[in-house]
Design a protein around this ligand. Structure first.
Ligand SMILES: [Zn+2]
Length: 476
């Protein structure tokens, strides 16, 4: 009973205990859960930290690799170690004491540095400065508007590659000006990885020709004479000229309204309609350009609109090309020749690049070296045009004949006679006529025809002039 009672009495207690136990169990459960959550949170945090640390490390490693990769360039870029080397060469001699500068990717030279070499006089003030070539020609002045890229050569506006600028009393202009606009001058620029080399090369023809006379035996001179002689060679005998002459934009021959008029007394067997606009260009002076030893083209001159010549000789050579107007006019001329029974004419040479002409010239010089020694180059110039002085670089002329090789005997053929009498109808002139070597500097070439457009071609052929003489006559 007691026991029962006890039990009975204890029962509620045990129920309480049980409840307490339950509560404790729940608490423990909750505690456990909390601990687990805490652990999870801690693990997550650790993972995040580990992730952050490792990704930072990876990022740093990438940065280091990139830094190593670009280290060399970055270092040199910062230090600007690009080596710049600007030379001025008179023939084969390097000229020292040149005031030069490099700005915005342009090589500059002070005007006074070249005055002795070219033999020019500098005049003007801080707004405008001019150089006047010390020779007998009338067209010989270039004026520079200080601080701008504007210049005027013999009355014609041109632009420098970069603005000129004053430094003290000195006017600095881009060195490329001389190569572009002064005769016997070229500018070569080579850029390798960290070196940039630019050379302004000035040719002194008389100096080169004079050399042999210096070695003459028994021709002993005192030093004063030699100095005077040298100065003469440099300042006067060279006669450097500007490549731009004033007559191009103001032709003395003015016949207004010429364009579009039908050409009297000219009859064609072929249909000339589609060729007319090429033979007789709207701007009749467009192709009236003198190219010779005194008026060379720059080494980088390449005509645009080079067009294949369908009358290129078919003996395996490359298809020859000319400027489009000249190519079309030549096509008309040779079609007309064929229509008149002269169908054996073909073109052996049209446009030639500067480098090709140089190869021809160098080969000729080499072949004469044994016989003429130091004089080989001058001798080569008698038969092969010095690079830059060949009309073939202009794409306005062509060699055409029906012989295996170009020869003066072509002048005896009826094909030549036809060409001579009819070339002007197609805008062409016989460029190197017989008996005019003293004017053109080139022997009689019955095969070489030059395009100038019909207007001027008629006048030149009618009067029996060379292009040199004709250009001169326009000045009067
Ligand atoms: Zn030729």
């Amino acid at each position: 009973m007691d026991h029962n009672q006890n039990k009975h009495i204890r029962n509620p207690n045990s129920e309480k205990e049980m409840q307490q136990d339950k509560l404790a169990a729940v608490k423990a459960q909750k505690l456990k859960q909390m601990r687990t959550q805490q652990m999870n949170r801690m693990r997550r945090r650790q993972r995040t930290i580990a992730y952050l640390v490792s990704s930072t490390v990876v990022f740093l490693v990438i940065l280091i690799i990139l830094a190593i990769l670009f280290h060399i360039d970055a270092g040199i870029g910062n230090k600007d170690q690009t080596e710049r080397n600007f030379k001025i060469m008179l023939n084969d001699d390097s000229i020292s004491k040149i005031k030069s500068d490099f700005k915005n990717g342009e090589h500059y030279v002070a005007l006074s540095s070249l005055s002795d070499i070219y033999g020019y006089i500098i005049s003007g003030d801080k707004n405008e400065m001019a150089i006047t070539m010390n020779n007998k020609k009338n067209d010989n002045t270039a004026a520079f508007k200080v601080g701008t890229d504007e210049a005027v050569i013999n009355g014609i506006s041109v632009f420098l590659d970069a603005p000129s600028y004053l430094s003290g009393e000195e006017l600095y202009i881009p060195a490329s000006f001389f190569a572009k606009y002064v005769s016997d001058t070229s500018f070569i620029q080579k850029t390798k990885k960290h070196t940039e080399q630019a050379t302004l090369r000035i040719q002194s023809k008389e100096n080169a020709e004079k050399k042999p006379s210096k070695t003459k035996k028994g021709d002993v001179k005192n030093t004063e004479d030699k100095t005077t002689e040298k100065n003469n060679i440099i300042s006067e005998k060279n006669n450097y000229t500007f490549k731009i002459t004033g007559n191009k934009t103001t032709p003395a021959v003015s016949e207004s309204g010429y364009y579009g008029k039908s050409v009297q007394n000219y009859e064609y067997k072929i249909d000339i309609t589609n060729y007319e606009k090429f033979i007789n260009p709207e701007n009749k002076d467009q192709y009236l350009i003198l190219i010779n030893q005194d008026h060379p083209l720059t080494a980088d001159y390449v005509p645009d609109s080079l067009t294949d010549l369908i009358f290129t000789r078919k003996d395996g050579r490359a298809v020859q090309k000319m400027q489009k107007a000249a190519a079309m006019s030549l096509e008309a001329m040779l079609k007309e020749a064929a229509a008149n029974g002269f169908d054996t004419l073909s073109v052996t040479s049209g446009y030639r690049s500067y480098s090709y002409q140089k190869t021809l010239f160098d080969n000729q010089t080499a072949s004469l070296k044994g016989q003429y020694g130091d004089k080989a180059q001058a001798k080569a110039a008698e038969s092969v045009a010095v690079p830059g002085t060949s009309e073939h670089q202009s794409g306005l002329c062509a060699d055409l004949h029906n012989l295996p090789e170009a020869s003066q005997t072509f002048a005896n053929t009826k094909e030549y006679k036809w060409l001579y009498e009819n070339c002007a109808k197609f805008g062409f002139i016989l460029r190197f006529p017989n008996g005019k070597q003293n004017v053109t500097g080139i022997i009689f070439e019955p095969w070489h025809y030059r395009f100038v457009g019909r207007y001027h071609a008629q006048k030149i052929m009618e009067q029996g002039l060379t292009l040199e003489e004709y250009m001169q006559s326009l000045k009067k």
